[in-house]
Design a protein around this ligand. Structure first.
Ligand code: FAD
Length: 311
């Protein structure tokens, strides 16, 4: 049994989601090959070789992988995947985009967004927006599996000494071209990996109030900022801050939900947080049902008081 783990990276650094996915791979067992497909991505391969539990790093380095267009990546990986029992990818935007294309090329079913490994062919995954957990077994010869990063700890790095080998590139299909990439930059911790998340909902009322109230609190707690979909749709917060079924799944040590009702689609992305604090003026808000601590009242009064009390 040999697993092919697909690295998520930006040609310069390995993304943490790869190390979460490596932990899932180690739970499945067997040898683990980590594949880095990119352009000028030697530093990523060197870093990947130090991750504990990786046997071999396979590097596919070609100019047409510079922008990581998934059409090209999927064909390249399909060429490599046939000799593996599993192909694992993180269930991030990257893996969600790539995994189904790869599974289709291999003519197998993808097992999506696993949160636990039961055995080498059996996994747990949330269904119905996290309202139920399904245990699924795959009978496919190559199991294409996406892994929810927040459900698995980061694998250790530093002590690994995998070999690094070149692997053949696939064709440049030329069917897509990256025109522009707009990245929001932030000094805050990355939402998916933050220990503390301060999240705001529609009740914040405007972008100015969202930022004016949440950022000072997040600064005090060294927290990432999250948002409900309603807050994102209203333009109060950036798209990549959305938490939930159609946003990110997070499981920080502390999640502070401010003016968020607790719709099932939002809970799907945050209810595995260790401690949940909810601030809401409606005593019947669903968020209080999952909260460890509830503050009932007007957020425009409570949040500044909380921020001031943190010194
Ligand atoms: P609201 O439902 O409007 O709630 C606002 C809350 O603020 C209320 O509870 C209210 O009591 C409280 N409030 C108002 N004023 C104050 C005040 N002054 N002080 C304190 N509290 C106050 N949503 C997500 O978040 N993430 C997703 O990924 C997501 N995916 C979806 C996918 C699908 C297919 C669908 C159909 C929906 C999805 N949604 C998602 C939307 C979801 O159903 C809800 O509409 C959304 O989460 C509501 O956001 P909200 O809680 O900010 O707003």
């Amino acid at each position: 049994m040999t697993i092919l783990l697909v690295a998520e990276h930006d040609n310069a650094a390995l993304k943490g989601s790869t190390l979460n996915t490596l932990t899932a791979a180690r739970q499945i067992g067997g040898e683990i090959d980590l594949v880095v497909v990119g352009s000028g991505c030697g530093a990523v391969a060197e870093a990947a070789a130090k991750a504990e539990g990786v046997t071999r790093v396979r590097v596919v380095d070609a100019a047409h992988y510079a922008d990581q267009t998934v059409e090209n990546l999927a064909v390249c990986l399909a060429q490599l995947a046939g000799s593996y029992s599993h192909v694992l990818l993180p269930a991030t935007s990257f893996g969600k985009n790539l995994g189904p294309r790869l599974a289709a090329l291999l003519d197998v079913a993808q097992v999506s967004d696993i949160t636990a490994v039961v055995s080498a062919d059996t996994y747990e995954r949330p269904i119905y927006a996290g309202n139920a957990m399904a245990t699924v077994r795959s009978a496919d010869p190559v199991q294409v599996v996406t892994v929810r990063p927040s459900a698995f700890a980061l694998a250790a790095t530093g002590a690994g000494n995998a070999t690094v080998e070149a692997a053949p590139a696939g064709p440049d299909l030329g069917v897509t071209r990256l025109v522009t990439r707009e990245l929001s930059t932030s000094k805050r911790p990355e939402l998916g990996a933050a220990r503390v998340v301060v999240a705001g909902g529609r009740a914040l009322g405007s972008k100015e109030q969202f930022e004016g109230l949440l950022e000072p609190l997040a600064d005090k707690l060294n927290a990432a900022i999250g948002a409900s979909r309603a807050a994102v749709d209203a333009g109060y917060a950036a798209n990549d801050t959305q938490v939930g079924q159609t946003g990110k799944a997070v499981a920080p040590e502390l999640y502070i939900a401010i003016g968020i009702s607790g719709a099932i689609q939002h809970l799907a992305g945050m209810k595995d947080s260790k401690v949940i604090v909810a601030i809401n003026k409606d005593p019947d808000a669903v968020i209080f049902q999952v909260a460890d601590y509830g503050l009932e009242g007007d957020l425009f009064e409570i949040v500044p008081q909380l921020t001031a009390a943190l010194g």
